[in-house]
Design a binder for this molecule. Structure first.
Ligand code: NAD
Ligand code: UGA
Length: 469
């Protein structure tokens, strides 16, 4: 029986391993983490992350061939294949601060693997890492190996949150990079056999290590670039009277461009796009390619511009001040169908409005008040540390109230900002909401989810992204 161990029971490690366990009943899968709270949650009825379909998969396999444990060393030492899916945040200090990937968690995992291993292992990079990380990991492992053979593979993950289970069950592709040596190729074959339980062979791409590592950064950069492109167009649409939805529809109909990922928004969020592009920029700079670095940096700059533009529009349309005014924030997660708030544009928008002394009443169906208060109190890039290091009860911001209902959030508000595209925001009783708001009642739709004409007929003043007033 092949044994798999995954270090890191987060958004990637948990769902990925649950699907491997589901599809490979003869493989024993252990997911381990240093965070006891996270492991306890994985073993409970209330999983630590919200992801459609995840509950069912975990319940089907947990206790049979899927185990969650804090006994990191035992499971690593028993495993044939060790996935490493720990966080790889942006460095906050020292060389490369604000750009380079912080590999502290990765390095400590690698040293621990070297310490506890008694048999040959395949070590799989599941985390997103800078190009050439495998070389560094190889050095750590082989210099401490006591004669054990370690084969390093790069197998980056392409799942998106909110659709993780579907993405894992039906991936566009699985990418495996390894050394071009007989042992390296054998290791690739072993991992390919795992995925071949449910992914067709032609969808499994095998490359060298550096291509696999770079492809992950490149894929995220291309995806984020599309959003910044359409968001840049949205500013021009607002200035000219064009409608960004019509423009992106017309552009996306070109089969060479395609229709996906062209929704204009308040800006992209999520734990990876910004972090991975900054990391790519840093790698370009380190390799003496400043023009390439500047090209990708612009994707982040446009994203920051879009978030600032949104805040400025709210303040300027509300007679140049939101001081003392109640603003309802509908949606705080970085996208719908997740409770994840990492790098959500809502943080920048809320901080911007608080800077102008607004009073915020926030509602999100999946995000807790604790999380929101923590996000609004934290410094940039400080969020990506194992959850056990974060303070459990941050001091609350007095101007921020969190409520569990969109109607409560909007009561007596001067304006509404829609920051996540939750389906329920499309079907709210906007007449009832209008009746209970201060007038003039403003709606700033950061996700283009409401029917603006219908709301205008009710009496709202509506600002959408990239659309005529
Ligand atoms: P996460 O923060 O949710 O999970 C990481 C886990 O690793 C944490 O629970 C932490 O406690 C644990 N950990 C850290 N160091 C450890 C150690 N030495 N031993 C044991 N456990 C340790 O992060 P995530 O969102 O799952 O992302 C993990 C990696 O996958 C990152 O590199 C990210 O860029 C990449 N990725 C994320 C996504 C996504 O959608 N979130 C998608 C693709 C790739
Ligand atoms: C993204 C990628 O889609 C995954 O392939 C990748 O594995 C992952 O990053 C990662 O490496 O972490 P994720 O961040 O979970 O996945 O979610 P996306 O659906 O990509 O959305 C990212 C952000 O872009 C969200 O804030 C979303 O609202 C925004 N977005 C997306 C837009 O503003 N417009 C769009 O058209 C699409």
């Amino acid at each position: 029986m092949v044994k798999i161990c995954c270090i890191g029971a987060g958004y990637v490690g948990g769902p990925t391993m649950a699907v491997i366990a589901l599809k490979c009943p003869e493989i024993e899968v252990a997911v381990v983490d240093i965070s006891e709270a996270r492991i306890n949650a994985w073993n409970s009825e209330q999983l630590p992350i919200y992801e459609p379909g995840l509950d069912g998969v975990v319940k089907q396999c947990r206790g049979k061939n899927l185990f969650f444990s804090t006994d990191v060393e035992r499971h690593v030492s028993e495993a044939d294949i060790v996935f490493v899916s720990v966080n790889t945040p942006t460095k906050t200090r020292g060389l490369g601060a604000g750009k380079a990937a912080d590999l502290t968690y990765w390095e400590s995992a690698a040293r621990m693997i070297a310490d506890v291993s008694k048999s040959d292992k395949i070590v799989v990079e599941k985390s997103t890492v800078p190009v050439k990380t495998a070389e560094a990991i190889e050095k750590i492992l082989t210099h401490n190996s006591k004669g054990i053979d370690f084969q390093i593979l790069s197998n980056p993950e392409f799942l998106a949150e909110g659709t993780a289970i579907q993405d894992l069950l039906h991936p566009d592709r699985v990418l495996i990079g390894g050394r071009e040596t007989p042992k390296g190729q054998k290791a690739i074959q072993t991992l390919r056999d795992v995925y071949a339980h449910w992914v067709t062979v032609d969808q499994i791409i095998c490359t060298n290590l550096w291509s696999a590592e770079l492809s992950k950064l490149a894929a995220n950069a291309f995806l984020a670039q599309r959003i910044s492109s359409v968001n840049a167009m949205s500013a021009l649409c607002e200035a000219t009277g064009a409608d960004v939805t019509q423009v992106s529809h017309a552009v996306g109909k070109d089969t060479r461009i395609g229709p996906k990922f062209l929704n204009a928004s308040v800006g992209f969020g999520g734990s990876c796009f910004q972090k991975d592009i900054l990391n790519l920029v840093y790698i370009c700079e380190c390799n003496g390619l400043p023009e390439v670095a500047n090209y990708w940096k612009q994707v982040i700059k446009v994203n920051d511009y879009q978030k600032n533009r949104f805040v400025n529009r709210v303040v300027s349309s509300m007679f140049n001040t939101v001081s003392g005014k109640k603003i309802a924030i509908l949606g705080f997660a970085f996208k719908k169908d997740t409770g994840d708030t990492r790098e959500t544009p809502a943080i920048d928008v809320c901080k911007g409005l608080l800077g102008d002394n607004a009073h915020l009443s926030i509602y999100d169906p999946q995000v807790s008040e604790d999380q929101i208060q923590r996000d609004l109190s934290m410094k940039k890039f400080d969020w990506d540390h194992p959850i056990h290091l974060q303070p459990s009860s941050p001091s609350s911001l007095k101007q921020v109230m969190c409520v569990w209902d969109a109607y409560e959030a909007t009561k007596d508000a001067h304006g509404i900002c829609i920051l996540t595209e939750w389906d329920e925001f499309k079907t709210l009783d906007y007449q009832k909401i209008y009746d209970n708001m201060k007038k003039p009642a403003f709606v700033f739709d950061g996700r283009n989810v409401v029917n603006a004409d219908k709301l205008r007929n009710i009496g709202f003043i509506v600002y959408s992204i990239g659309k005529p007033l």
